[in-house]
Write a protein of this length. Structure first.
Length: 422
């Protein structure tokens, strides 16, 4: 008898259970079954679910798994866009990914941070007016304004709120069902159409914009055949720059929440500089501990065996990002916030063990190239809230429901009595 076997089986179809349990579903099944891989059906499709550092290494093995046409259509229609870089493989993916990486140099990130700072300063009179502020909403608007300026998108101030709302709908409705999904889908369609008009205007008058900015650069990009991308695909890829930047508002809120809920950490941050080992560990622990994107989806290229379990060609494979970041076999006290844990970790842990924005390599794999922007924006948030601002966090519901994807503090984190520290 062959020693190869099918992975342990969970529910017949786990779609409803995954929606109901949210971030904790895959990990709870792994614990129940005593395995970091199990099978079920997701939206009626045969699916293998994975958790853990070694599972993440497998997930990014491009000889065994592919991301091409793997994302469900409902997520392409809302979160990622149809035809975007996430669904490509091989040379097409490498060339398209290089287009994004060209804007991830330190100089480019510094340009974005300058725009964020500029936008933030313009908001300060309102922040200091005494009014209560919902930080998540404020960060969304600041990042939307700065990201559009950074990309070369001429956005009038009166349109910032509308575009911000559309981007938030895409972020929050990407994997949902019902009204949230359809609102997100409509928001993407309208936003892509608006960007397409700007792209077409640039192509008619290329001298009208700085060719070094993302919108002109993406509009001028040539694929492996030498052809320019259709305007709609350019719009999709521009949103794949802007939308993730706006989504970092959640990490910025989680950063302030972590300093509030762990005053000992805040005290240490107040005493350290931006290059300190503790501060770097704090940033990584925010990303490990708090829930962000829940999971990723790929598809099996060809039959193979991993850990004596069969992986069948064409099956879906779901990698649990949150569960891997909280894997009890990898992390001591995974549900405690402990920035000090990263003092004992080497850089390799950031490839497959700490994967809030995907794993593997940025240049050759599907790891999010915006990760460096995330780190910089969290660091900026620490500067603001540990060293520059005084503020009060009134009583409110700061609970984080893991059944909501993407998660957020229930209140959005309200602050008031904002001032500047001397």
């Amino acid at each position: 008898m062959s020693r190869y076997q099918e992975a342990p089986r969970a529910n017949g179809d786990c779609t409803l259970a995954l929606i109901q349990e949210g971030y904790g579903y895959i990990g709870s099944q792994c614990d129940r079954l005593g395995s970091d891989v199990f099978r079920s059906r997701l939206m009626l499709q045969k699916t293998l679910f994975l958790r853990g550092e070694e599972a993440a290494r497998l997930f990014y093995d491009q000889n065994r798994l592919t991301r091409e046409q793997a994302a469900p259509k409902r997520m392409q229609k809302t979160l990622f866009g149809v035809g975007g870089v996430q669904g490509l493989e091989g040379e097409s993916h490498r060339r398209r990914k290089a287009m994004f990486l060209a804007f991830m140099s330190q100089a480019r990130i510094d340009d974005l941070l300058h725009l964020v700072e500029q936008t933030w300063q313009a908001k300060m009179p309102h922040w200091q007016s005494g009014a209560s502020l919902v930080l998540l909403d404020e960060f969304h608007r600041i990042l939307c304004r700065a990201a559009c300026d950074w990309c070369g998108i001429a956005l009038k101030e009166k349109h910032v709120a509308g575009l911000t709302q559309s981007l938030v709908l895409m972020i929050e409705g990407g994997g949902s069902v019902g009204p949230r999904h359809w609102k997100a889908r409509r928001a993407r369609h309208q936003t892509e159409n608006t960007l397409m008009s700007m792209i077409d205007d640039y192509r008619r008058r290329p001298e009208s914009a700085d060719s070094a900015l993302p919108l002109p650069a993406f509009a001028d990009f040539r694929d492996e055949t030498g052809a320019r991308l259709p305007s709609r695909i350019v719009a999709v890829e521009l949103l794949n720059l802007i939308r993730p930047i706006v989504a970092v508002a959640r990490y910025m809120v989680f950063t302030v929440l972590a300093m509030h809920e762990h005053p000992d950490s805040l005290g240490k941050l107040k005493q350290t500089s931006g290059s300190s080992l503790y501060r770097r560990g704090f940033i990584e622990e925010v990303r490990r501990y708090y829930p962000f994107f829940p999971f990723l989806i790929a598809r099996v290229r060809q039959d193979f065996v991993w850990r004596d379990y069969r992986f069948h060609r064409g099956w879906q494979v779901v990698l649990d990002l949150y569960g891997t970041n909280h894997d009890p076999s990898r992390w001591d006290d995974p549900d405690r916030f402990l920035p000090e844990r990263f003092e004992q970790e080497d850089e390799d842990c950031h490839r497959f063990a700490t994967i809030p924005q995907g794993g593997g390599e940025h240049a050759t794999g599907h790891r999010c190239p915006g990760e460096w922007i995330t780190l910089a924006l969290i660091d900026l948030t620490i500067d603001k809230f540990a060293h520059q601002l005084s503020y009060r966090i009134p009583d409110q519901d700061l609970s984080i429901a893991l059944t909501r994807m993407p998660a957020r503090p229930s209140s959005g984190l309200v602050i008031d009595q904002v001032g500047r520290l001397d």
